[in-house]
Design a protein around this ligand. Structure first.
Ligand SMILES: [Cu+2]
Length: 119
């Protein structure tokens, strides 16, 4: 009787993994940034990790903890900050629609995604 249950369990787990999406940390849903919103850096994470902005809309990151962080694009754009400390900020303005993947080079797993949409 137990044997038929195993494949079902595997399917359920695979489905759950797919549903998580986008790294699994933010449910895959992009937070639409408004002018003046910032992406925080806290507990070795970008908050929120997945954002959406329009072409030409400035994105500002702010370090909210007593650990240095940086911001470097991995794909979809070219930017790289110096390391900055608590209350320090860094900004980037995307000029083309697409998906930007970025990271903090100091902390493996501290990654973010920006969906840049046409105005
Ligand atoms: Cu970091």
């Amino acid at each position: 009787m137990m044997r038929p249950l195993l494949p079902l369990t595997a399917v359920a787990l695979a489905t759950a993994a797919l549903a998580a999406g986008c790294g699994g940390d933010d449910g895959g849903t992009a937070t639409v940034l408004k002018d003046g919103d910032v992406v925080g850096m806290q507990n070795l994470r970008f908050k929120p990790e997945h954002v959406q902005v329009a072409v030409g809309q400035k994105i500002t990151w702010r370090n909210d903890e007593n650990i240095g962080h940086d911001v470097k694009a991995d794909s979809g754009a070219k930017f790289a900050s110096d390391t900055f400390n608590k209350d320090g900020t860094y900004s980037f303005t995307p000029t083309a629609a697409g998906t930007i993947k970025y990271e903090c080079t100091l902390h493996p797993g501290m990654d973010g995604t920006i969906d840049v949409v046409a105005k």
